[in-house]
Design a protein around this ligand. Sequence first.
Ligand SMILES: [Zn+2]
Length: 185
Amino acid sequence: MFKKIGKAAEPTAEELEFIYSMLEQLSDSEIIDEMQNTPYPLRTTGFIKRRRREFAAAKKILEKNVKIDDPVVNEARRQHVVRVIETAKTLVGKELLDTYDRDNFDSPNETEAISEALDNRLEYFDGIPELLDAFLRHFTYEEKANGQLYGDMIVQDPLKAIEICRLLILRGTLLGECSICKIWH
Ligand SMILES: [Zn+2]
């Protein structure tokens, strides 16, 4: 069988694997020498150089993914989720979480009182803005929040704000990204 030289032949997965396995030990021309005795087409040094670039890029991504599986990072991430959920619990308070139902609070006066109560509870986080920031960011990503800010919602529709917090707490997961999540995404 004669060997075709040309751009026409796209490398197969097997050929790529063969080339990738030698990239870190051999030079471009040495790899081409190695390929003489294989069923793969003859390649140019330019072709091998392009594979080198792809390989280096893929390797970077792989290394990043390996870091994501790092148990230390996983633990930090888990703690972040727990903290945001705890923040939601503190912001609403157990009493309102249990009774927020619209049937229980149907007068505008009551709604306003809830709005004020929620606003006051924001003060718990005066000294720890990092926790509040992470919660606030994740809140806007909640489907029902639809991008609306927690601070605005507790004024306009505090019962809806509580409902969203309750969902987040029950679900136990966070949507979207924040500066903390982003490090590992
Ligand atoms: Zn986050």
